[in-house]
Design a protein around this ligand. Structure first.
Ligand code: PMV
Length: 325
């Protein structure tokens, strides 16, 4: 099964229909996984080995605008910069758009404005593809529901399937070969006192994409064999922590889940280590502050930056130790 077959299955007669508007835009929040997605059971459809669970950062994400143009080419402007059409980012985006248009027409001016560092392990591809699919839904007037949008966003980037909603989201791994049961589902519990602080050590491109890193880990790391049981252990604990607002349980489960994911990468060959010296020094600082009584935890994705987890009543304390964005 190809991506195009999934687009056809979801859009049916609406696939390749005429756009209803000449311009449309949409916002999608970025999401931070507390229980990570690491490893694909199907690389073409971005179907994951395990389920995962995230929290969306409501005010941080991407706004995508699609405007039909008559230039016979797509222009992509990312954060006010025209993107080289031969770059891997442009190719990936155009390949995604081509799923939904016949003979690569109409052409678009695509503007993506993101208020988070792109490709620095801050799940920016997640909000990028989620905002694009939402903008396409508006442009074409498809009226898809959120579950269908989640499945289509997944074809662009796995974690984009969770960026359709705000709040907590579980992405069900599903078991079907066509991935029709692999989509995000929002968890209705709100936790207004929970804060995610971003610690940026580098905004540089991470070098090794999560796609390549995941695949290498699956193929070469023996430790990866224990990853599905780690997720099976952690996801119920994360859900319990959210339901009972148990911050310590949430923090320690999320931190341990991220460290286990990175352990599978360290044991891959060639080894993968996304940490910078600042990343490791900051982990040690977090562990020291926690021992001294500050309730603070971290998570880390496929990049050197850390995301801090803490409660609102620790904000002043946390700010005195870290410069958050
Ligand atoms: O969706 P991708 O291919 O960018 O992969 C994201 C992988 C992690 O960020 C490391 C984990 C996650 O669940 O977001």
């Amino acid at each position: 099964m190809k991506k195009a077959d999934v687009a056809k299955a979801i859009l049916a007669d609406q696939l390749f229909s005429m756009p209803q508007h000449s311009c449309a835009e949409a916002f999608a929040p970025t999401n931070i996984a507390l229980g990570k997605y690491w490893g694909k059971r199907n690389q073409e459809l971005n179907l994951p080995v395990t389920s995962s669970l995230s929290i969306s950062l409501d005010n941080k994400g991407a706004t995508a605008q699609l405007k039909i143009n008559e230039k016979h080419r797509d222009d992509i402007i990312l954060n006010n910069r025209l993107i080289d059409p031969t770059s891997s980012f442009a190719k990936r985006l155009i390949e995604f758009l081509n799923l939904f248009r016949e003979n690569e027409k109409p052409n678009f001016d695509i503007t993506i404005q993101s208020n988070i560092p792109i490709a620095a392990g801050l799940a920016s591809s997640a909000c990028g593809f989620a905002s694009i699919i939402k903008a396409l839904n508006n442009l074409y007037g498809w009226n898809l529901d959120s579950q269908e949008l989640s499945i289509l966003a997944r074809l662009g980037s796995g974690s984009a399937s969770r960026s359709i909603w705000s709040g907590f989201v579980e992405w069900h791994a599903g078991t079907r070969d066509d991935g029709m049961d692999s989509y995000g589902e929002p968890i209705s519990t709100l936790w207004p006192d929970l804060i995610i602080g971003l610690l940026i050590f580098s905004e540089q491109d991470k070098g090794l994409s999560s796609r390549v890193a995941m695949q290498r880990t699956i193929e070469t790391s023996l430790l990866y064999n224990s990853w599905p049981s780690k997720v099976a252990h952690d996801l119920p604990l994360l859900k319990q922590a959210i339901a009972t607002q148990d911050f310590e349980l949430l923090g320690k489960t999320a931190e341990s889940n991220a460290l286990t994911m990175h352990a599978t990468m360290l044991s891959a060959w060639p080894p993968i280590n996304y940490c910078l010296p600042e990343t490791l020094l900051t982990m040690q600082k977090i562990w020291r502050l926690r021992e001294e009584g500050l309730p603070i935890y971290f998570t880390q994705d496929a990049g050197p930056n850390l995301k801090l987890l803490f409660l609102k009543n620790s904000l002043a304390d946390v700010r005195s130790h870290f410069s958050l964005i």
